[in-house]
Design a protein around this ligand. Sequence first.
Ligand SMILES: *[C@@H]1O[C@H](CO)[C@@H](O)[C@H](O)[C@H]1NC(C)=O
Ligand SMILES: *[C@@H]1O[C@H](CO)[C@@H](O)[C@H](O)[C@H]1NC(C)=O
Ligand SMILES: *[C@@H]1O[C@H](CO)[C@@H](O)[C@H](O)[C@H]1NC(C)=O
Ligand SMILES: *[C@@H]1O[C@H](CO)[C@@H](O)[C@H](O)[C@H]1NC(C)=O
Length: 227
Amino acid sequence: MSNMSLSCILLLCLAVASAFAMSPHLWTKLILTHHWPNTFCSMNPCHHPNVEHWTLHGFWPDVGNMCNNTWNFNSTEIEDLLPDMQKSWPDLLKASSAFWKHEWSKHGTCAAKSLALNSQHKYFSKALELYHKLDLDSILKKFDIIPSEEFYKFSQIEQAIEGFYGVKPKIQCVHSFKNDDNQTLGQIEICFNATFSLLDCEHDISFTGTPGFSVCDHNIPIYYPPL
Ligand SMILES: *[C@@H]1O[C@H](CO)[C@@H](O)[C@H](O)[C@H]1NC(C)=O
Ligand SMILES: *[C@@H]1O[C@H](CO)[C@@H](O)[C@H](O)[C@H]1NC(C)=O
Ligand SMILES: *[C@@H]1O[C@H](CO)[C@@H](O)[C@H](O)[C@H]1NC(C)=O
Ligand SMILES: *[C@@H]1O[C@H](CO)[C@@H](O)[C@H](O)[C@H]1NC(C)=O
């Protein structure tokens, strides 16, 4: 290949790259991930035990990771949200803002490519707003899905959520290696489009997010652990 055609290819690549950089954002879906603290804390050394409601894990665009490494988390910008953040999006591992800093750097900076989410305050307040609007805790209770020694069928949990919100959630469990007849409810994802309307989540999405969790098996009873 001549140097001339090589540089043409390079120019083409640059043109494509800058077209992407100028597009408002590449992602089309936002995944609001809730986790059940008791399940998370059975796998991790938690600083923050005894949380008895579904808490936020993250608010993730479906495409992109670490989109701007110079845009640092700054808790002063979300000072008014901190009481709600502590309750609804607690760092279960540490008494610090490390979790929020991580979520902002990894996912928030990518979500911020949308004008509607282009500041830390917009990003965190929108996540909290959607979390309260969904109110997953009340919905599960309303359908008698309560943390207990009882086991639930996958279809019962899925139908409660899907019936209420009208979209498919992604429901993730921790699978017990010793025991094939048991899986533990760990994480529930609800998806939105870029203008925050509910949207089906994809079950087989390759972006799994969290080590240890995978989509619940439809045929194995689900344990929803009480405190
Ligand atoms: C990255 O973040 C910095 C600091 O907030 C900002 O000035 C810059 O415009 C951002 N870059 C992009 C491509 O968004
Ligand atoms: C954090 O945000 C506050 C409020 O916007 C601002 O005054 C301060 O300079 C920021 N701190 C850093 C380190 O950027
Ligand atoms: C189901 O699995 C969980 C977590 O591995 C465990 O705590 C619980 O005792 C198991 N229940 C049964 C009936 O095996
Ligand atoms: C999100 O979904 C709503 C309702 O279906 C639709 O009106 C809106 O145009 C969608 N937004 C985007 C960005 O696709």
